[in-house]
Design a protein around this ligand. Structure first.
Ligand SMILES: Nc1ncnc2c1ncn2[C@@H]1O[C@H](COP(=O)(O)OP(=O)(O)OP(=O)(O)O)[C@@H](O)[C@H]1O
Ligand SMILES: [Mg+2]
Length: 391
């Protein structure tokens, strides 16, 4: 019989903070782009603001890309290309960076799927080295989610003590001088949003339950990047007090076709890699997809035909979704190469959501635009035939 030991059983090994990279479906920006961030830090010629990992110029270089830097990674000299993360006006990124270094918080606002959360994640990764101090705003968000809560069982046993306090991501960001990301801020009810007012003006959170040390002060570098989308139904307006504390930056839907093609190309390539999908997505097919999206979204074709606009926003994010679904479709049920017919099959569910009238917009597009082009171009004929079949 095994000898009974008096010593306590060995403690279970602590859970890993984050699983190894290859085991997760999506890594945060600071992990995925760790080499680029390291190369930028090694080449940074300017002093970053307090508690920032990079200088403003290097943060901009990280977001807009375009350079190749020499760096020393794991003892080896390597060249690291800095890729473009956010496509659009670089002035927007500059203004966002300036705001984050200022007294005011940043609100990225715009239509759904325009890259607001994406930009916020990259800014937080480059500036604070972590993009995961995030609050997801919903109708159920409470003041505790924004400030702090208590481990109730321990408070009953021991009373309120600092060790029994559960800090919110806001509090963690304040203590470390980092950035808090607040997603979909306007989905929170106004009373809850107002919890942010004192945090943004006093740069502190009061914990009245604690007898001493009942203030948590923000270290330099602390700030908030919030996002809000203009289309959401039932959105709550920001209160005047909160509006004043935010600098609004409007993120528009990508203006020109070339840029949109580039975003869809880059992002779908990355996503296909992540899913380990050897599907082929040629630039000409992506161009066709971007053309269809652009023309339906604008209610006008490039040949001047007026079209009925659908009620759904056809954002770049949705175009990426269609490209990825088409690639999956081609890989699982076709020969692996994405054709115009795959695009047509996978776009109906994106354009026609709740409103069945949107089906008419697509039908109109098929008849007035795609059919005509199909007479001369094979790709458009394939697209038209597959689209009509689905409608
Ligand atoms: N201008 C852009 N540059 C780079 N990627 C973009 C851009 N616009 C959209 N995307 C891509 O679209 C996808 C969705 O973007 P994101 O989730 O940031 O949208 P959002 O504006 O936060 O939308 P929502 O308001 O619905 O939350 C991301 O994969 C992102 O890479
Ligand atoms: Mg978002």
């Amino acid at each position: 019989m095994a000898k009974k030991s008096d010593s306590p059983p060995p403690a279970a090994s602590p859970p890993a903070v984050s699983p190894p990279a290859e085991e997760v479906l999506r890594e945060p920006a600071e992990v995925r782009y760790a080499q680029q961030l390291l190369a930028l830090a090694q080449n940074d010629a300017e002093t970053p603001p307090a508690n920032w990992r990079l200088s403003p110029r290097s943060v901009l270089a990280y977001v807009v890309g375009g350079k190749t830097l020499k760096a020393k990674i794991d003892g080896k000299a390597v060249e690291v290309p800095i890729t473009r993360k956010f496509f659009g006006d670089d002035g927007i990124v500059e203004r966002a960076i300036v705001t984050l270094a200022s007294e005011r918080a940043l609100l990225l606002i715009g239509e759904p799927g325009t890259g607001k959360s994406w930009l916020s994640e990259h800014l937080a990764a480059a500036i604070s080295g972590t993009s995961t101090l995030t609050i997801q705003g919903t109708a159920g968000t409470t003041e505790e989610h924004i400030k702090y809560s208590w481990n109730i069982a321990r408070v009953i046993a021991e009373g309120p003590r600092p060790a029994n306090l559960i800090p919110s991501p806001t509090m963690v960001a304040m203590r470390s001088g980092g950035l808090l990301r607040f997603e979909e801020l306007t989905r929170c009810v106004p009373d809850v949003q107002d919890a942010l007012v004192s945090i943004l003006s006093d740069k502190a959170i009061a914990v009245p339950e604690l007898p001493d040390s009942n203030m948590v002060w923000a270290r330099p570098g602390f700030n908030v990047i919030a996002t809000a989308n203009t289309r959401d139904q039932g959105v709550n307006e920001l209160s005047a007090a909160l509006k004043r504390r935010f600098n609004y930056i409007y993120i528009p839907i990508v203006g020109d076709q070339k840029t949109e093609v580039k975003i869809v190309q880059e992002r779908s390539r990355e996503l296909l890699e992540r899913y380990n999908l050897p599907a082929k997505l040629t630039p000409s097919v992506i161009e066709l997809l971007a053309t269809v999206f652009r023309e339906i979204r604008n209610g006008k074709s490039s040949d001047g035909v007026s079209l009925k606009k659908p009620t759904t926003t056809l954002s770049t994010a949705e175009a990426i979704g269609v490209a990825l679904d088409s690639a999956l479709h081609a890989r699982f049920f076709g020969g692996g190469e994405v054709g115009p017919a795959d695009i047509a099959r996978n776009m109906v569910g994106v354009v026609v959501k709740e409103d069945q009238e949107d089906r008419d917009s697509l039908k109109e597009y098929a008849t007035l635009v795609a059919k005509k082009r199909g007479v001369k171009e094979k790709a458009w004929k394939e697209f038209h035939d597959a689209l009509v079949e689905q409608l």
